[in-house]
Design a protein around this ligand. Structure first.
Ligand SMILES: C[S@@+](CC[C@H](N)C(=O)[O-])C[C@H]1O[C@@H](n2cnc3c(N)ncnc32)[C@H](O)[C@@H]1O
Length: 313
């Protein structure tokens, strides 16, 4: 279906011109020897994770964010992932995760994304190497209606750590919610909420159900044509909660580079690995754009706003 002209004008999808493809492809790394942290910091590797992991240093990563192909048929530009039996998906996960444990600091946090079909395998394999702390479920907001099933509208992120010593900055990830019942005390003062020009708001502790996330679409400044691009707001929550400024974020299935871009916007170091050169180049373009624009949609003034709240950014 063709979009009307007015939509085309508002379409902010990030694409690559031919010249940009050549420029960014030339800047992608390919490793054939062990590399050091200063060399790898803030770079994108265009390589198969099965090959690249052996060249990474030991114990340099504070946050490992993993968004692998889920257990379903999916085309990723030049690559294709095919659905497998749950036990085979677990074996596939194990075959690259085992090689990544070595690169993690003893205080590292690990987040692994999946849907309901992949979650069983993730719990099983992650439990072999890490302490599983929680499973976040986030509402995808978009989703196809099904006639004989519930609409598939959620995804999981498994939160794990290497040990009991880890970073969790809860104050950095509070949610700003509109107050429905603005109770006051006997003197008429707000109870646990704040009166602002825009209305009554409360800062709430973040739970493991996230309903404030918008999946990137064509009129959002972060959108690319990557079929499973994660929202920047989702990564901002993870990075702010589980790292400090200057910490190192590794994303071994980087896609269009969302985790890297948000790490850069929030002053963390990062390294991405992506097998498809076009996606890896898109990541580089987004990283360049992040030099000028550090805004994360839905996150402003140090707080996360509810979905569709009137945040100017
Ligand atoms: C779910 S997507 C990640 C999306 C990403 N989080 C984003 O926001 O754009 C998985 C990515 O893994 C890449 N990939 C698949 N197999 C890979 C491999 N063996 N090594 C490295 N990357 C791989 C795919 O090309 C795809 O871009």
């Amino acid at each position: 279906m063709k979009r009307p002209k007015s939509c085309a004008l508002r379409n902010k999808t990030i694409t690559l011109t031919k010249t940009e493809k050549t420029k960014y492809t030339g800047r992608l790394l390919r490793l054939s020897d062990r590399a050091g942290v200063p060399f790898l910091a803030n770079r994108v590797i265009n390589q198969d994770i099965f090959k690249a992991h052996q060249f990474l240093p030991d114990k340099f990563v504070d946050l490992l964010f993993i968004d692998p192909p889920y257990n379903m048929h999916k085309t990723f530009n030049t690559g294709r992932f095919s659905e497998m039996a749950p036990a085979d998906y677990a074996d596939w996960m194990d075959s690259w995760l085992a090689g990544l444990v070595r690169v993690l600091k003893p205080t590292a946090s690990i987040y692994i994304c999946g849907d309901w079909r992949s979650s069983g395998a993730i719990q099983q394999v992650a439990g072999k190497y890490f302490k599983i702390r929680n499973r976040v479920t986030w509402e995808r907001e978009k989703g196809r209606g099904a006639k004989g099933n519930w609409k598939n509208n959620s995804e999981d992120i498994w939160f794990c750590t290497m040990s009991d010593e880890y970073v969790f900055n809860v104050d950095a990830v509070k949610l700003k919610r509109r107050v429905i019942a603005p109770y006051t005390d006997e003197k008429g003062r707000p109870k646990d909420w704040e009166k602002t020009e825009e209305g009554a708001y409360r800062l709430t502790h973040p739970s493991n159900i996230w309903t404030d996330i918008t999946v990137p679409f064509w009129s959002m400044a972060e959108n690319t044509k990557h079929p499973t691009q994660k929202p920047e707001k989702l990564l901002a929550k993870i990075i702010l909660a589980s790292t400090r400024a200057g910490d190192f974020v590794l994303d071994p299935f980087a896609g269009s580079g969302t985790a890297l871009v948000v790490a850069k916007k929030l002053n963390r170091r990062f390294l991405g690995i992506e097998i498809d050169s076009e996606y890896a180049s898109l990541a580089l373009k987004r990283l360049e754009m992040a030099e000028k624009d550090k805004a994360v949609q839905g996150y402003a003034d140090g707080v996360f706003w509810e979905r569709n709240a009137a945040v100017t950014r």
